[in-house]
Design a binder for this molecule. Structure first.
Ligand code: NI
Length: 176
């Protein structure tokens, strides 16, 4: 089921989300299906449960070829519950980000360039990956939603924050 995506300003986006405790349930699989359908309908690269008002530490993400992300590398479809993120080294990488909770806006955000992350899929199977680049950025963006953090809260230069049609006239650059 496609669910409404909460927009910045909704207090439910500021919560510290609660751990997933019951894996493999009908309810959790239904929630994952809703996240996937909602994300795909909006051409998103990822979506976090708090963005549809569900107070759980659960994100989904994945990019195949998407015309909204002509530069983006492919990221495998992933369901990630109770994630733990470990930046590797001090190197950062800056790029434009967008968010389905801030439609039409983009901001320039620094993220750890290299990242190890772990967590569980919807059946409780453990997952661990070491990634970089767009994949690392996407995971950091989505998992920030679980701690009530939206990308503008990571920004340092607000001259590089604005409406996508003004920043990139005629372009389709996007993230999340
Ligand atoms: Ni987002």
């Amino acid at each position: 089921m496609i669910r409404p995506v909460l927009k910045m300003g909704d207090a439910r986006l500021w919560r510290q989300a609660k751990p997933v405790e019951a894996f493999g349930t009908r309810e959790l699989h239904a929630l994952v299906d809703d996240l996937r359908e909602t994300m795909q309908q909006l051409d998103g690269a990822g979506l976090a449960a708090p963005q549809i008002g569900v107070d759980l530490r659960l994100v989904v993400f994945g990019v195949t070829h998407n015309p909204r992300y002509p530069e983006a590398e492919a990221v495998p479809w992933t369901v990630l519950a109770n994630p733990v993120l470990t930046p590797l080294g001090d190197e950062t990488d800056e790029a434009w980000e967008g968010c389905l909770s801030l439609p039409g806006l983009r901001g320039w955000v620094a993220r750890a360039a290299n990242l190890r992350y772990s967590g569980f899929d919807a059946d409780g199977r453990p997952l661990e990956r070491t990634v970089s680049g767009f994949h690392a950025r996407l995971v950091q963006h989505e998992c920030d939603h679980l701690d009530g953090v939206l990308y503008p809260m990571r920004m340092r230069d607000f001259t590089r924050f604005g409406f996508v049609d003004t920043l990139f006239p005629g372009d389709r650059l996007a993230t999340e």
